[in-house]
Ligand binder design. Sequence first.
Ligand code: 2P0
Length: 339
Amino acid sequence: MSAPYGPLTACAEATANIAMVKYWGKRDSILNLPVADSVALCLDSFPTRVLVTQAETAQDEVIWSGRPVQPPQLGRFGRILALLRERSGLRCTTRTEVRPQLPDAVGLAGSSAAFAAFALAASAAFRVEMSERELSALARLGSGSASRSVPGGFARWHRGQQADGSDSFSERFASALHWPELRLLAVIVSRQPKPVSSTVGMIRTSRTSALFPLFADQCSRLAPEAQAAIEGRDFDRLARIAELSAQTLHGLCLTASPPILYVRQRTIELLELACDLKRSVPLFFTLDAGPNPIFVTLAPHDLSVSREILQRFPDVEILSCGVGGGVRVADPGPIRSPS
Ligand code: 2P0
């Protein structure tokens, strides 16, 4: 994959992905190597655009939603740039602009889109040709979940066995066209940054929760099952797997010391509503590291489900998406401002 730009300027975009079987816990926290496989749906909407250009400064600079990124977050970009400098032999510094359309740090996998787009934009800027598999592993260095946004569609991230991470990458096992009726409704109850970052939450749970080994075993068991459910377009089977994975993740977080509580009162009320609604429509929920649940349903039920949610909770916002994505080069021209 490469882009037709001048020296050290490239732009790419990618969308976030929502895990049906969650990634939570690392066997290597520098290389972002997971303890187990995970399975996700990449979104077809709200891409994050990333522009990489050559800089005049002594250090690499990253501007995210108009604000400079500081260490240690800057180091996530630095790991990717270090590898590209080594591969290309180029030593110049870069300026990166990250322009997301989704709110940051609310548990809607914003970093997955940003680092997938950054991996492609930066490798194109440094003129390093990469296969999709290599690009997925490169994006993983920035944020683990970003590896799944590279291929798009329905993606499985392989845990891998190698200590250097060379076999830990994501691949698309079904394209977005495989299941076009699948709809995701992200219900925004809060835009406040989450109290504990995913990275810190993963470290804390793996060190302090007695349930952590059970969770990792469950992910390893559920990942092939989720893939089979998706391949067979078996909604009920996917619903059971996805809810189990999300519930176990949040149970795990509660048993960390000190406990990590991502849900809010309104989250619980929405999960109760999901349990009510699924008696009459195909529906399940999932919940990432934040208070905003995602309802998954089949078209055309997404319209009636949205109506029900807004009737009960007029103050929430709903972002409606299908499955799509896959990182791509983009025109660096003007784009929509973050909402
Ligand atoms: C997931 N999450 O599978 C899970 C579910 C959050 C809850 O992947 O430390 O931001 O950068 O590798 O990728 C969030 O983790 O963490 C995440 P790092 P990342 O989508």
